[in-house]
Design a protein. Structure first.
Length: 299
């Protein structure tokens, strides 16, 4: 016959309280039902476990042998129950999070410390890639979620939430005529060369930057392409052209590049960082991270 945890809990309670009556009261069970349950336990073990005496209930030698393992079984059962519950609540486990490089400028430093403090038992496995690479990794189930640059192509298998919005600004060499201006119309750069995002690797940023140039009345002359924002800033510092970059890039200023806000209304809040995951994901830590990022105070 099988032994269940309920019987072990009843056995331990009787042994600790030294009385069937007190144990029945503590367990909120009728004393006759408790006696029947212990009889079944003893039958399953094949020997008496408790002995009634004038001074109450005591353990038989077999009961003493069972007592240690019974307590350990109850402890581990409680631990297993708690672990399963914490995983279901997103308080424990591993979160494989992909991110684009520009997420490290402001979003991750703003949100991850609070998330790690609140959920210290969630292990973060961080992986950097382009937006296209991250979406591909997500579809292959190599990551649980990704922080990507929008806008995103609609995909019924994925779900996304905008967790940060930003302006598009102009990066120019430090000695450029536009450097130091409080605000510049993008049209003033119509005759300049641009370093631009790769349309195949960073389609979201490429599309937004190209659209803004066209709204300003010109199609940019592209001299070089890159994937990471910091790469474009380095190319600007090398004198290869101007670049349209997220406003958060100013947090990593360089003496060789000036960042100029744009007067164009369409440049305001033109960019977004989105947390993307599988629709109806079963990875609860993803949802905890989403809530943490959406609740974080704006920069």
């Amino acid at each position: 016959m099988a032994i269940d945890l309920r019987q072990l809990r009843q056995f331990v309670t009787i042994a600790e309280l030294g009385s069937f009556r007190r144990a029945a009261d503590a367990l909120h069970i009728a004393q006759p039902a408790l006696s029947v349950s212990i009889q079944k336990l003893e039958h399953a073990v094949g020997t008496p476990l408790l002995a009634r005496g004038a001074k109450g209930v005591s353990l038989t030698p077999a009961g003493q042998a069972l007592m240690h393992d019974a307590r350990r079984a109850l402890f581990h059962a409680g631990q297993a129950r708690q672990a399963a519950r914490r995983v279901a609540l997103g308080e424990w486990g591993t979160l494989r999070l992909g991110f684009v490089g520009s997420a490290t400028y402001m979003l991750l430093p703003r949100c991850l410390p609070a998330f790690r403090e609140r959920y210290p038992d969630v292990e973060l496995d961080l992986r950097e890639d382009s937006t296209v690479g991250l979406v591909s990794m997500l579809r292959a189930n190599d990551i649980d979620a990704g922080l990507v640059r929008g806008p995103l192509v609609e995909d019924p298998a994925l779900e996304s939430w905008v967790v940060e919005r930003d302006d598009l600004i102009l990066a120019v060499p430090a000695g450029h005529a536009l450097a130091g201006l409080a605000c510049a119309p993008l049209a003033q750069a119509r005759h300049e060369s641009f370093v631009m995002y790769s349309p195949s690797k960073v389609p979201g940023l490429h599309g937004v930057a190209l659209s803004l140039c066209r709204k300003a009345g010109f199609t940019p002359r592209i001299s070089q392409q890159g994937i990471q924002v910091q790469t474009l800033v380095s190319l600007v510092a090398s004198g290869l052209g101007l670049a349209l970059v997220p406003g958060v890039t100013r947090a990593y200023s360089t003496p060789h590049v000036s960042f100029v806000p744009l007067c164009d209304p369409d440049a305001r809040q033109a960019l977004s960082l989105s947390l993307v995951t599988h629709r109806d994901t079963s990875c609860a830590p993803v949802l905890r991270l989403r809530d943490s990022m959406l609740d974080a105070p704006a920069r």
